[in-house]
Design a protein around this ligand. Sequence first.
Ligand SMILES: [Zn+2]
Length: 96
Amino acid sequence: MEKLKTAAWFLITAGVIVLIMYFETMWPYASVMILAGAALHTAVSLKTKKSLPLLCRAGYHRYKIAGYDEEIRSMRIYECTRCGKKHKAFLGGGGG
Ligand SMILES: [Zn+2]
């Protein structure tokens, strides 16, 4: 699966480079490369994270405050109520 992800990123990166360098003549091919890479990456992500809720898979976690960092007191630890993913952020630093 990791190889597929790398291939997807390669497609996207190559597509972007081609798009920038040869926009006039190559943009239809570059667009296809980027779209194909994005589609492949999404497919791989969905397959590897199948157990996660849909919103979490898309990166929209619902964080609640789970505690404070032991070393840095002004750092809060947030935990996603859906998938349990942890996230640290400074107080008043925007959270989420
Ligand atoms: Zn989550």
